[in-house]
Design a protein around this ligand. Structure first.
Ligand code: DX5
Ligand code: ZN
Length: 220
């Protein structure tokens, strides 16, 4: 079984002092840094690109950076983020013309590869590529904004995906992204997830360490 990882989404961080805020959240017990890339095309919002990822590395952030690409097309961004210091890269299948090629590109660049599925995207898109993935990111909100409410039907989708992974015998993590809070993280975990993205539930609180340890306490 994979140990659970808490992945704060820096979409809700303080952009004016991003390096310090990321350092603070890691010191507070975060395991990895979730980096939401939005292009105002694939999703109706604009966030940040590879230069910011590189800046975090130069600032001294050594934790894994989990890049979630909500962009179209994806391939050139895969290349840029790998060069900028990404550790893991996921993208949405609808955003690429050649799913297998984009996954391979992530791996060829030395990063872990994930596929991100929207609430309305069925699990069967994974059928022909599951064996090439290190993780699957299930969106529990529609992508584009932090602070939305968790879509409950994600729980049964997580369970189905977990079953697919067990049946395959592959070593694949399940990351869940959107609307995760202290009061629902346990149900997400019990459904089969092991990486938990949380933006507003961590960065919009006064004490990151308290928020993260309250989440971790739910996972015991
Ligand atoms: C949404 C992003 C999420 C989001 C999570 O498109 O992929 O990572 O920032 O934020 P919360 O935890 O506030 O729902
Ligand atoms: Zn995300």
């Amino acid at each position: 079984m994979h140990s659970p990882l808490i992945a704060p989404s820096i979409l809700s961080a303080d952009f004016a002092r991003l390096g310090q805020d990321v350092e603070d959240v890691l010191k507070a017990g975060a395991d990895i840094v979730h980096f939401d890339v939005m292009d105002n095309h694939y999703v109706p919002n604009l966030s940040f690109g590879p230069m910011i990822c590189e800046a975090l590395r130069k600032y001294g952030i050594t934790a894994d950076i989990d890049v979630h690409l909500m962009v179209q097309p994806v391939d050139s961004m895969i290349q840029s983020f790998a060069e900028a210091g990404a550790s893991m890269i996921s993208f949405h299948p609808e955003a690429t013309m050649h799913l297998d090629r984009s996954i391979q590109l992530i791996k060829d660049n030395g990063c872990k590869a994930g596929l991100a599925l929207n609430p309305g995207t069925p699990l069967h898109v994974l059928d022909c590529v599951l064996d090439k993935l290190d993780y699957v990111l299930l969106m529990s909100v529609n992508p584009g904004f932090g602070g939305q409410s968790f879509i409950e039907s994600t729980l049964s989708k997580i369970t189905q995906l977990k079953q697919m992974i067990i049946t395959s015998g592959l070593d694949i993590r399940i990351e869940v992204d959107g609307g995760i809070k202290i009061n629902n993280i346990k149900s997400v975990w019990e459904a089969g997830a092991d990486m938990f993205v949380a933006g507003s539930a961590i960065f919009n609180t006064d004490n990151y360490a308290d928020s993260i340890s309250a989440m971790k306490n739910q996972l015991k």
